[in-house]
Design a protein. Structure first.
Length: 320
């Protein structure tokens, strides 16, 4: 169960400390043009692709449909090409894992080789699994579902916020609040408190308070806005969550699992892919890798939203 939180300001779990084991930055390997280039000094073949099980169904207690959730045709467009190329993944440094001493054995099937005590991720699997994650995100959006974007590590904050806002999805980038999903009603109370202070500011009520009390209210609002501003319009639990780093956001993973909320996530070699519905084995520390994966998922969400709009327009025309 999630941590208990107070009515006005929920307890927080401070996770601002950077990773001790940041992966190496992309080097000349990134200029290679094929998946084998990730293993520059070996002739070993890449391991067989290891795709996860078929799509998990949406969890019941999340967003309500708005009446346009008819049964879908199974995986409409069969993709004949990938959303990103191996070269793009290489250039982004997506293949660089962590030190071999810091690995999670559950990631073994996604690791291509070791080099200089660093695990190298099999980008052929990354490519396929990113496709599957993007298609899942597209389906959620096409059905009017909300995907919560979560990335609280410093290098992910701006990227996650920007892309979530770009496609109209809620986000948490300051820090993950314990109970954000499992204690959602308490979180909503804190959001209402934040909105109440905003109303007091607009109608001049704050100006009538003593200077010290006014400053206290403004500081309270600032703190709430930093942590909850990205989910202020999320009236219901999300139907899915996208996580940049499953090791850092382990509380978010646990809450989603407890509620049956599907997880799309970047999983590095030190992470645990278990209980992740759509794992994407990639470097989750490099800015370029985070940007590539997040922008790819955002594009997929926008495609789903566009298809949804077109479907509604067709229905209107048919009814006219």
């Amino acid at each position: 169960m999630a941590d208990e939180t107070t009515t006005d300001t929920p307890d927080v779990q401070d996770e601002d400390a950077p990773d001790e084991d940041a992966p190496q930055t992309p080097d000349d390997t990134a200029s290679d043009s094929t998946s084998e280039a990730a293993a520059a000094d070996t002739d070993a073949d890449a391991p067989d692709e290891n795709a996860p099980d078929d799509d998990a169904p949406d969890a019941a207690p999340q967003d309500k449909d708005d009446g346009d959730d008819a049964p879908e045709e199974s995986s409409s467009e069969e993709e004949t090409s990938h959303r990103v190329t191996i070269e793009e993944l290489l250039k982004a440094g997506a293949h660089f894992g962590h030190l071999t001493s810091r690995w999670n054995p559950r990631m073994e099937k996604y690791i291509f080789m070791e080099r200089n005590n660093i695990h190298i991720i099999d980008l052929m699997q990354s490519q396929v699994l990113l496709d599957e994650a993007a298609e899942a995100a597209k389906r959620f959006a096409r059905r009017g579902k909300k995907i919560l974007f979560a990335g609280t590590k410093k290098q992910a904050e701006d990227i996650v916020r920007e892309h979530a806002e770009e496609c109209g999805m809620p986000h948490m980038v300051d820090r993950w609040l314990g109970g954000t999903m499992t204690n959602f009603q308490t979180i909503r109370k804190s959001i209402r408190r934040m909105e109440e202070i905003e109303r007091m500011d607009r109608d001049g009520t704050l100006d009538k308070l003593k200077k010290k009390e006014k400053l206290m209210r403004l500081r309270e609002h600032e703190k709430l806005e930093e942590t909850l501003g990205g989910i202020r319009d999320m009236a219901n639990l999300p139907s899915a969550i996208y996580i940049v780093d499953v090791q850092r956001e382990d509380i978010a993973v646990s809450e989603a699992n407890n509620l049956g909320i599907p997880i799309i996530a970047m999983v590095d070699t030190n992470g645990n892919p278990k209980n992740i519905d759509y794992p994407i084995p990639v470097n989750d520390d490099a800015l370029s890798s985070i940007e590539l994966v997040t922008s790819t998922l955002t594009d997929a969400v926008q495609e789903g939203l566009q298809e949804r709009r077109m479907k509604k327009e067709e229905k209107k025309k048919a009814a006219a």
